[in-house]
Design a protein around this ligand. Structure first.
Ligand code: NAI
Length: 401
């Protein structure tokens, strides 16, 4: 068996190539996306395929490309892949959901300072030849209170950065979270809104977070405070925010995400927030940095190596997750099967038929598939594997040494 072959599409960061090559893999990197028919024609020679957001992997691709063992979305979202079909055909789909955490947190820090000093409005005036030098209404962020809604990956990272600049940090989360540094958890959203100079949103898009900041919540915010949303566009009621800026209840806002966003840089963008005083609008760039792309490249490439060489499926979005130690002796049998009663017994029966000694065994299941890893010592490993492959419940079986 030759080295694992990986196809990377859509100009995935070069660090992914380096990471895979260092592990002894062969890599082909293309700059463009592939169409459905190109995928079916060209990818079955590869063990894994890496894509970004423009390549769509549908059920017929999984059906046709049975040699492809893993798909990597070198981005955050996985909507471009039929995850259910991947699961059904025993193909884990990996992504890198937290590689851009730091990038978002840094953007929010810069937005707080920019809002507090009205930097964007003043810069615009300076570009237009207007000299607007004044300290009135400009403040340091030091000593102010930042209220973070959603104390997850980004919220906690922001918490640490903000504290190091002298802000007092409080947060509200639906789950009880350990406060980092000197941050304080507040019991209710209203408490946070009423006592924060900056409110920054870091919640996911769910039914509960849809318009969670509307006219009523904004009215509870401190007069002269600032709202920042770099989470999801559906979380803030934009007309209500526009109204609060016009009435000067809020001293400013920064928005990176919108209920309706252009699909590409070719489409134009419009928002009720355009032209309002001290409102910073950015085109969903919270996570868009070279560093995030680099981190994504390493993270997904490492997931490929973990899965193809060791059977580790941790981080797979559509597949039972197993984190296994390295197998330093014997063989590792990796089997994906339909999750029906009796499979484990049948496979163990085959193992004992060959007189194999099981060193370790791991099983994890979801509703439709089971993922089984067995480390064993056996003489005729190929015949044992063939017997497992022949089971009607087996979807995919590999032998790693
Ligand atoms: P995460 O899943 O680590 O954290 C989300 C936190 O929100 C969790 O602690 C959760 O318990 C909490 N939460 C959920 N529902 C809540 C509610 N109703 N009220 C209060 N707290 C609630 O997510 P992460 O990675 O921190 O991302 C946060 C948001 O940032 C997501 O919406 C994500 O899509 C967005 N994002 C935006 C980017 C950009 O480019 N602007 C880039 C990356 C992420």
């Amino acid at each position: 068996m030759g080295p694992h072959r990986i196809l990377l599409l859509e100009g995935i960061h070069q660090i992914a190539v380096e990471t895979l090559e260092k592990a002894g893999y062969e890599v082909q990197r293309e700059l463009t996306a592939f169409s459905n028919s190109e995928l079916i024609d060209k990818i079955n020679d590869f063990d894994a395929i890496g894509i970004r957001s423009k390549t769509h992997i549908s059920k017929d691709v999984f059906e046709a490309c049975t040699n492809v063992k893993a798909v990597g979305c070198f981005c955050i979202g996985t909507n471009q892949v039929d995850l259910v079909a991947g699961n059904q055909f025993g193909v884990p789909v990996f992504n890198a959901p937290y590689s851009n955490t730091r990038s978002v947190a840094e953007l929010v820090i810069s937005l707080m300072v920019s809002l507090s000093r009205k930097i964007f409005d003043r810069s615009k005036k300076a570009h237009e030849g207007v000299w607007d030098k004044s300290a009135a209404g400009s403040n340091e962020v030091r000593g102010k209170t930042l209220g973070i809604i959603g104390y997850g990956h980004i919220g906690t990272q922001l918490s640490i950065l903000a504290e190091s600049m002298g802000l007092n940090v409080q947060y509200y989360d639906v789950i009880k979270k350990l406060p980092l540094g000197n941050a304080n958890s507040v019991d209710g959203l209203n408490d946070l809104l009423a006592t924060s100079d900056f409110v920054s949103l870091h919640v996911p898009e769910t039914d509960q977070t849809k318009n969670m900041i509307g006219a009523e919540q904004i009215s509870k915010m401190k007069a002269g405070s600032y709202l920042i949303n770099a989470s999801r566009g559906s979380v803030v009621d934009i007309p209500a925010l526009a109204e609060a800026i016009k009435s000067k209840h809020l001293a400013g806002a920064a928005v990176d995400v919108y209920p309706k966003e252009p699909k590409s840089n070719k489409e134009s963008f419009s928002s009720e927030l355009q032209g309002l005083e001290n409102v910073i609008l950015t085109p969903h760039i919270g996570g868009s940095t070279e560093e995030a792309q680099y981190n994504i490249g390493i993270e997904v490439a490492t997931s490929f190596i973990g899965y193809l060489s060791k059977g580790q499926s941790v981080g797979a979005t559509n597949f039972p997750n197993i984190d296994v130690p390295v197998n330093d002796s014997g063989h590792r049998l990796v089997n994906i099967h339909r999750n029906v009663p009796g499979v484990l017994g049948e496979i163990n029966g085959i193992v004992s038929k060959y007189g194999a000694n099981i060193n370790r065994q791991f099983l994890s299941t979801d509703n439709s598939v089971g993922y089984l890893i067995i480390d064993l010592d056996v003489k005729d490993s190929q015949s044992l594997k063939s017997d497992v492959v022949a089971l009607p419940t087996s979807i995919r079986t590999r032998l790693l040494s």
